[in-house]
Design a protein around this ligand. Structure first.
Ligand code: NDP
Ligand code: 2IT
Length: 447
């Protein structure tokens, strides 16, 4: 590896040795920047990599709230304002018991590059809390969201930092947080995206990450002379991204054969569409139930504690749950079962070992920062609509989203070609994204 890159990584590992996911994300990006760093010495001369891996600001705070029994609960909240070279900080909020600063730094770091790929003016940020919305009443979720926003409001704003949803944060949570922000600040502004459609939200934002992931995957299939018709598609997760990815796969003629959640997976080789898809939407978004109930209702197999990889044959895999959900062995099982395309709807769902298995077996592999960029891209479109005080029709937003995904695919493929690794979307995405941010940092001096 290039000496400058390896010394930056070594120092980072010494300084933040416990932030495993952040180090994993940083290593993946920096490794693929080797040809750019060697071709353009200005980046090393200006210490761009050292500056890029250090967040501009990390805010962490106490979130006290009262549960329904009147007991005081205390959680931790964070906002990582990672990089604002190309626009206000932008990125989601995750509420999940596993959340810690290292996980949010990995997500914030990825977000810098993802947002750059969208072509829209958005910097990178991420935040969240170790609060677990599962099993909480609406009243408890509201109490938590209000307390969380009471502190977060000091740090964000429509032109400063614009959070959105992620795992555990959907329309309900965005609503409670927006209400509290407006109440404290007395301004109605586009400070959050993923808002309700009658109070500033964009049409297609709920669908955008899943649709965008499938638009990107479709470009990957087209590049190999094929499409979704007749393809078996394995999807993990059953939340926002998984749900709309499944809907779009069905629309394009593919068959969705799996869903999962944190307790297990279901396999339905007849396909999850129509009333079966509606059942999942109701189960997960209204009843907030477990995916096992799908197996009970439709008489298919349920695999307790298992992820779907390798449980049946599939041509395409769309991991849409969480980070590091495909191990080396699971990647091999996918390959052995004939999988030729993997497109990451989630952020960093494949371990580095899994990515190696895919690349060495000539599986076309689309990394999350490119594949799932449609969500934040449509958030960017929501910000534009808010600034103009307009709401575009859904066809207009969907067409813009589709064009953005086609352009991201093209930018990744072209950068991969230009820097000597044709077909490698990992290198292509990292290089194309990095150049835009790094040049903006150079233009703006030592800040
Ligand atoms: P949701 O909370 O709507 O759904 C998450 C899904 O993943 C659920 O099925 C959940 O199961 C499962 N899951 C979460 N954590 C784990 C875990 N530790 N182990 C196993 N399963 C888990 O989140 P989203 O659909 O919004 O997010 C899914 C992924 O997509 C995340 O990686 C997120 O960062 C990424 N993403 C989301 C975007 C968006 O716009 N929402 C944009 C770009 C990326 P259970 O119900 O049991 O918790
Ligand atoms: O990971 C992501 O890109 C998101 N969770 C969406 C971020 C956003 O600001 O819409």
């Amino acid at each position: 590896m290039n000496q400058y890159i390896s010394s930056v990584l070594e120092n980072l590992k010494k300084k933040y040795f416990w932030e495993k996911e952040f180090l994993q994300a940083a290593e993946e990006v920096l490794e693929s920047l080797e040809p750019v760093i060697e071709r353009e010495p200005k980046f090393q001369a200006n210490r761009i990599l050292e500056r890029l891996v250090e967040p501009e600001r990390v805010v962490s705070f106490r979130v006290p709230w009262k549960d329904d029994r009147g007991t005081v609960q205390v959680n931790t909240g964070w906002r990582i304002e990672f990089n604002s070279a190309i626009g206000p900080y932008k990125g989601g909020l995750r509420f999940h018991p596993s959340v810690n600063q290292g996980i949010l730094k990995f997500l914030g770091f990825e977000q810098i590059f993802k947002n750059s790929l969208t072509g829209l003016p958005m910097g990178g940020g991420k935040g969240g809390s170790d609060f677990d919305p599962k099993g909480k009443s609406d009243n408890e979720v509201m109490a938590f969201c209000q307390s969380f926003m009471t502190e977060l409001q000091r740090h964000i704003g429509a032109d400063t930092d614009v959070p959105a949803g992620d795992i555990g944060v959907g329309g309900r949570e965005i609503g409670y947080m927006f209400g509290q922000y407006k109440r404290i600040k007395n301004v109605f502004e586009g400070v959050l995206t993923g808002k309700g459609l009658n109070w500033g939200g964009s049409l297609i934002r709920p669908e955008a990450t899943g649709y965008g992931a499938v638009y990107f995957a479709h470009e990957m299939l087209k590049a190999k002379g094929t499409d979704f018709k007749g393809k078996k598609v394995m999807i993990s997760g059953s939340g926002n991204v998984a749900q709309y990815a499944a809907q779009k796969v069905n629309e394009l003629g593919g068959t969705v054969v799996s869903f999962s959640d944190s307790t297990g997976s279901i396999i339905d080789e007849d396909g999850i569409s129509g009333e079966k898809w509606e059942f999942v939407m109701d189960l997960k978004n209204n009843k907030r139930g477990r995916i096992k109930e799908y197996a009970d209702k439709f008489g298919v197999k349920y695999y307790e504690g298992k992820r779907p990889w390798g449980l049946c044959k599939a041509d395409v895999a769309l991991p849409c749950a969480t980070q590091n959900e495909i191990s080396e062995e699971e990647a091999q099982a996918l390959v052995d079962n004939g999988c030729l395309f993997v497109a990451e709807g989630a952020n960093m769902p494949s371990t580095p070992e899994a990515v190696s298995v895919f690349l060495s077996n000539k599986v076309a592999f689309g990394p999350g920062k490119a594949v799932n960029a449609g969500g934040v891209a449509t958030s960017g479109l929501e910000m534009s609509q808010n600034s103009m005080r307009l709401q575009w029709a859904s066809e207009e937003v969907d067409t813009k989203l589709h064009n953005i995904m086609v352009n991201i695919h093209k930018a990744c493929a072209e950068a991969a070609d230009e820097y000597g690794t044709p077909g490698n979307y990992v290198n292509g995405a990292n290089i194309a994204a990095f150049k835009k941010v790094a040049n903006a940092m150079l233009d703006q001096g030592i800040v």
